[in-house]
Ligand binder design. Sequence first.
Ligand SMILES: O=P(O)(O)OC[C@H]1O[C@H](O[C@H]2O[C@H](CO)[C@@H](O)[C@H](O)[C@H]2O)[C@H](O)[C@@H](O)[C@@H]1O
Ligand SMILES: O=c1ccn([C@@H]2O[C@H](COP(=O)(O)OP(=O)(O)O)[C@@H](O)[C@H]2O)c(=O)[nH]1
Length: 495
Amino acid sequence: MARLVVVSNRVPIPDKSGTAPAGGLAVALQTALEARGGLWLGWSGRSCADDAVGPLQRLKEGNIEYALTDLTERDVEEYYQGFANRVLWPICHYRLDLAEYGRREMAGYFRVNRFFANRLLPLIEPDDLIWIHDYHLIPLAAELRRQGVTNRIGFFLHIPWPAPDVFHAMPVHEEILTSLTAYDVLGFQTEHDCENFADCLFRRGLGKRLDTFRFVVGERAFTARSYPIGIETDDFAALAKRAAETALHKRMLQSLDGKQLIIGVDRLDYSKGITQRIDALESFLNRHPDSQRKVTLLQITPKSRSEVPEYEAMQRAVAEQAGRVNGALGTVDWVPIRYINRSLRRPALAGLYRMAKLALVTPLRDGMNLVAKEFVAAQSEEDPGVLLLSRFAGAAQELKEAVLVNPYDVEGTADAMARSLAMPVEERRERWKAMMKTLRANDVFTWCNTFLDDLAGGPAAQKARAASVSTSVRPAETRVQTQRKATSVSFARWS
Ligand SMILES: O=P(O)(O)OC[C@H]1O[C@H](O[C@H]2O[C@H](CO)[C@@H](O)[C@H](O)[C@H]2O)[C@H](O)[C@@H](O)[C@@H]1O
Ligand SMILES: O=c1ccn([C@@H]2O[C@H](COP(=O)(O)OP(=O)(O)O)[C@@H](O)[C@H]2O)c(=O)[nH]1
């Protein structure tokens, strides 16, 4: 088996400090890499002066060998806080109003990608499969190709790919698009993202489609398709079951004193729709006064990207909003919202999901949203809670049996909360069973195996698979599910 080399900006550094990994990319990749083994190169999370970047920090933990690099303060400012998180992130999440494009940040982004290529180059062996992750590192393969790397290189985008009218508003969109053609396989979270990407190419007159998944641009041919990311479904379910016995779980139950728990778990990010969610909760409580004192929202919201001005502003806005609602509706012995900015470890989170009657997962846009999947996996079979899910989360493409809402419709979301809390147990069980089936069929191992199989397979294998799928004339949704079933049976789970 070829060695796997993964590159991502964020790496959950094995420092044993006990803090939770930051975000879904780190959680999912760690699970997948622990099973398969390989090398993982990324940012150490530290920044230093221009002349103080030392050698790579090398660590080995179980199956994973880590190679971590520091970045300079200027790098972090221009590449991570600047172009990645003030241009690509808002644009891919349809927030053109928040995009702050600047040439300095754009140049920093391409410079740091060149730097990552230089750090990776001496570590690459001829048969390695190279898998690069997310919007921070789009130009990395083009840099590696420029330096003569001929290995198979794949890219997975964890965030949405927007429609052409939005994407083309970014001044360097053509460079970003053509950088992607240096990869052999491009993965997106949903079929919709992949189609948006294809539309962006064609609208710019770049290349053509050879068949369902094969594209050609100039001299480069590549595969592009959706690979929805999953969780370790059964392990997470077992974790949640065990958590019911812990002291934290018992304390939490006691503090609820019979009230129903509603849960929200999100990085403090404007894409997550937290302010709209709190508005919806307030509207629900005002229109259903009998529910006041009977429910509590636990909103777990670790701070994120605090140096980026839009995130800093958001931290103030959400704290004020939660305080205002608690002030207006709370009583001496009840507050509607318990708002915390700490990050919780996964076992604690799993137990809280299981205790909750309702989860509010209401992003305005989200690549996937693993919290939605984890909440479902954590439920008890006899008395499962309800998932209220934004139709603009990638997860909504798979979890059709959730209560789907438009998070911009505050009153509609409030009505859906009332419906969900009153839902009969038979209906909750039916919805839950259907969602669990989906989560088991497409877990994090299927995601990873399917992508790597395409990456390792070479053009002929991919073409054969694409041809066998494209012969069936079906609506897009059914076509993707059928094809996934057909391929997943032949993939051995790593262990
Ligand atoms: O690394 P940070 O800047 O601290 O941000 C955390 C991660 O946020 C994003 O996560 C995405 O990946 C998830 C897993 O595929 C997906 O479920 C979610 O919808 C995405 O938002 C970001 O894409 C990662 O690069 C960050 O590490
Ligand atoms: O206090 C927390 C909050 C979140 N998470 C994890 O962070 C991930 C968030 O991933 P998601 O895809 O929902 O969103 P992202 O933050 O990546 O945009 C999930 O696996 C959560 O379990 C965690 O471990 N502790």
